[in-house]
Design a protein around this ligand. Structure first.
Ligand code: LRH
Ligand code: MN
Ligand code: MN
Length: 386
């Protein structure tokens, strides 16, 4: 077994980003449920995100989604974040909610719509400049519903053109992460359906373009840890949108559906040298039926637990067993780490960091939830499903 001090030191440096939209009301296309105390504007979303950091100590940034988090003065929003002890993280673009985008955004056959979409993406880089964010996250809902509806290759050309224009606009310390998704909302063909497509576009563009893996965006049974290992090996893994899924893009709390998969992913991250600030651990979740801040705290803890287990793997012993072709031995070494209860170690670590050992209980006892329920009336929606 590995030295606990070494593991704790590594865990102390972990950073997990929470998404502004996790704090708003959300639901499915059937119903958006409202909850009491939900933020009424981006300022309040950031205040809530700050609570997650306050109790976990490892969630110091919050991602914005534009236009869901549109404000007059982004520098002021960044200031507000800093006042609350957090910072603005990735800027998520949104070219999927206008009527204009019915047939696509940057891949739309109409050049006017393509220009409009590109302008939005460029505006997101302006917002990065204003907030100090270094990461732009690009997800395109673009695709077609019917065979023959549009030309697959022409759409790839249009996509490449838009990505090149955004890449060109990036500052020296800025990057974009291209997100892929198998399907939805397009049901026949999606323009960036998989890691291979995202990877190929990013490779063409250069080092400031990387792939982001949203764990809910794959076909059932996909070996996500393989994708992680491959992308890391190529220097093209930019980060994660973490969530859990049972069926499709369920956006449930990360680690709730398949904690073993999360561990396997984190092991490949650690193994591949991806454990550090260059690979962003972001959450992309909605809490449709559970309380939101507590749901985020639980999610951050789930990622932290999986990370602790991944760090626990005795990699020297594993490599030796692998070299000897000891199938059962190698598997047992990995499973030993996974089956270790790391909660006492994490409680100890939190105390060393000046935090309460149980963030969920500490948040409950803080009375913050009761306070926002009393103070806030008419919370906003996370963004979609209106
Ligand atoms: C698309 C997605 C993408 C969006 C977010 C709200 O399904 O994962 O990351 O920006 O959901
Ligand atoms: Mn996502
Ligand atoms: Mn998604």
């Amino acid at each position: 077994m590995k030295d606990t001090k070494e593991i704790k030191d590594a865990l102390r440096t972990q950073r997990i980003e929470t998404p502004s939209w996790a704090y708003g009301n959300s639901g499915t296309r059937f119903k958006v449920f409202t909850q009491p105390g939900v933020p009424r504007d981006p300022y309040e979303k950031i205040a809530d995100a700050a609570q997650v950091h306050r109790f976990t100590g490892i969630a110091p940034t919050v991602a914005l989604h534009i236009p869901w988090d549109r404000v007059d003065d982004y520098a002021d929003l960044a200031r507000h974040a800093r006042e609350h002890g957090v910072e603005i993280g990735a800027i998520n673009s949104n070219v999927f909610q206008d009527d204009d985008y019915k047939l696509g955004s940057v891949t739309n056959p109409d050049p006017r719509v393509r220009r409009k979409a590109l302008n939005h993406l460029l505006e997101c880089v302006d917002i990065m400049d204003e907030t100090g964010s270094d990461t732009l996250k690009l997800w395109f809902s673009d695709g077609t519903n019917y065979p023959g509806q549009d030309d697959i290759r022409a759409r790839q050309d249009r996509l490449a053109e838009a990505l090149a224009a955004v890449y060109e606009r990036l500052g020296e310390n800025q990057r974009f992460l291209l997100e892929y998704k198998l399907f939805e909302p397009a049901f026949y063909m999606t323009d960036v359906p998989d890691w291979g497509t995202a990877y190929a576009h990013c490779v063409k563009l250069g080092p400031k373009a990387q792939v982001v893996v949203d764990t809910g965006h794959h076909a059932p049974g996909t070996n996500i840890e393989f994708i992680v290992a491959f992308l890391l090996r190529e220097g093209k893994l930019g980060g994660f949108d973490f969530n859990s899924r049972f069926y499709a893009d369920d956006d449930l709390m990360v680690g709730s559906a398949d904690p073993f998969q999360l561990f396997r992913i984190m092991f490949e991250v650690v193994r591949g040298g991806g454990y550090g600030p260059h690979v962003a651990f972001m959450l992309d979740q909605c809490h449709n039926i559970e309380p939101k801040i507590a749901g985020q705290i639980r999610s951050v803890m789930n990622v932290q637990e999986a990370t602790a287990k991944a760090l626990l793997v005795d990699r020297e012993a594993l490599a030796a067993a692998q070299a000897e072709g000891d199938v059962l031995g190698a598997n047992a070494i990995l499973m030993d780490a996974y089956n270790t209860d790391v909660r006492p170690l994490l409680a100890e670590l939190r105390e060393e960091m000046g935090l309460a050992p149980d963030p969920m209980a500490a948040y409950r006892e803080s009375g913050y939830y009761e306070k926002i329920v009393a103070e806030r009336v008419g919370g906003t929606q996370a963004g979609w499903g209106a």
